[in-house]
Design a protein around this ligand. Sequence first.
Ligand code: ATP
Ligand code: MG
Length: 657
Amino acid sequence: YFRSLEQKNIKLNKNQIAAVRLTEGPLLIVAGAGTGKTTVLVSRIGYMLTVKQIPAANILLVTYTKKAATEMKERISTIPGITPNMNRQLYTGTFHSVFLRILREQGDQRKVLSNEKFKLVIIKKILQDMNLKDDYQPETILSMISNWKNQILRPSDIKAKTPIDEELKEIYKRYEAWKENNQYIDFDDFMLETYFLLKYEPEILKYYQNKFQYILVDEFQDTSYIQYELMKLLAAPQNNLCVVGDDAQTIYGFRGAESDFILNFHKEFANTNQVILDINYRSTSKIVGLGNEIFRKSKKKIEKHLKSMKEGMNFPKFIRPKNIGEEAEIIADKIESLVNSGEKSYKDFAILYRTNATSRAIYDEFVLRKIPFVTYGNDSLFYNNSFVKPIVDILRLSQNPNVDEAILSVASVFYLKKDEVERSLKHIETMEYIDGKQSTNKLKDVVKMMEKRLRSFQVTALQEKLLELKSLKKMTPEKAIRQIRKGNVFAYEKYLEMNKRKSLTFHKEMVMELLNELENSAKKHKTINEYLQFINQINLTHQKMGEMRTAEDANVVKLMTIHQSKGLEFDTVFLISFVENVLPHKAALFADTQEDRITRRKKEGNLSKTDEAIEEERRLAYVAITRAKNQLYMSAPLNYHAEKAKISRFLLEAIER
Ligand code: ATP
Ligand code: MG
């Protein structure tokens, strides 16, 4: 078998072969980036199917992303002796898809509630019904509910100690009730429902335990509590459970993943075999060296030092542009020149960043220069972000007061009841209600009409806001955005602040970063109209990209957050805005002052929340750097959002000695 792999250019090393052979019993492979963990999983499945003749239907393979699952299946299909039928019978997918499949097999026919916006609407409605609409940010509520579910806590399992706890529990209860009444399940339910199904139906549990004789999990370091519990349930009693991961790459702590699971695996399963892989096959020695240095400083870790196989004299390169605009230009220049000289093609490049806001400048630059690229993730279009869009809508409205959609959006941001505004709007459809006497009269009509339906303060608020639009009309976009954020009428920031009255905040720093970035992007444009046209152009390109995304191997630059890059590798990586307050992110640096009592599980040990959060940021830096095969560029603009930016501590510490 191993010789036949070699003919396919996969020459496994001694430890990798040992890991492939250890098919029985629990097996833990904790190893650094690029050491062939995923490769071992693939080869292991080939070995089980062809050498051990294990039926494919008895193997469960769980990966972190759908993309990874497809890729693995593809790689398995190239192994000599694997038939298409075997590949089809493998039970493969992400945790979510696997458990949804189980629910479906068991006759669950509920619809999947996957649209984030829809979920927000439900939560907003619940908050409104409970008279709490100004008290909580719906996004925060959703992430809290998700966290509860990941800890296997149903509403009835939550012990409320304070009136606030009581309120939150009630919101959760109503959300669940709404889903139940409307026959929906959300993503976290896939796991929660399966968990209780297996727990309370011994026959069903037995069936799946029997079916999944062998279980393999990639990226185990990011497994959540409920996912781990499910794996333990399914793997019993034979416990042929093989998990591979890298504690240095735990980057979903905020979602309830715990590197402790990997650190304590051998305690959970007494007869665990462990295999160490310490040769990095992915990156050149200089990149591996930098990765090692970044990891060396981390506070909680399994000691490991990676050796590299790949020689190459390319040192990681460091860029210090004036600002993120220049950063985008330098990177675009670099890519264009390498592509034009024939040295590289677009698909060799990936641009990695900490948050989507950071990619805005690159995105805009690439669109203008027509550099082909794709982005990943749902909310990836900056100007459509739910915190950014209301401001863009207000700008749009200031130029063209007849855009119903924009009015609706402004109104709904400020929690006016949507259907009521909609009805009122019918009456102002074509009128110019901002300029001229006539329109003022009509506005009064509208207001009168709305008064009947809306509480009076809301009407005044809307009226004031509509009049304010007039004063925005001739401003530069940058100034107008400032006015919307800080001025008295829209007071957008104050409004966002208000929603954390009970100190539940939706990562305030993240939101401020988005707003700063918006202001930043407006600087280049003299008039609001010009700016809006630019945004339209970006929107159009974004739509086109959606179609491109389906073509897997398209020759395009890949833009993604570091989170989305895990497990992947690219010839050349640009890690952008590698500065303090971005990576590590400001939200992490001030984690202690934030209310994450509920959203983050209380950790044991002596690390403070901030320390924990910074550690996670360090692991993010490690993940980013270790994606590069041949060349790594790190850039740190001198100015970030009009403030002086320091080079990231992670980089400085790494090059210290
Ligand atoms: P990550 O931690 O980023 O998920 P990983 O440990 O899963 O990394 P792989 O993606 O399996 O690592 O492997 C990294 C690269 O090294 C791949 O391009 C793979 O083909 C290559 N590789 C793995 N093992 C070997 C080997 N024995 N010989 C040559 N190349 C190898
Ligand atoms: Mg991997």
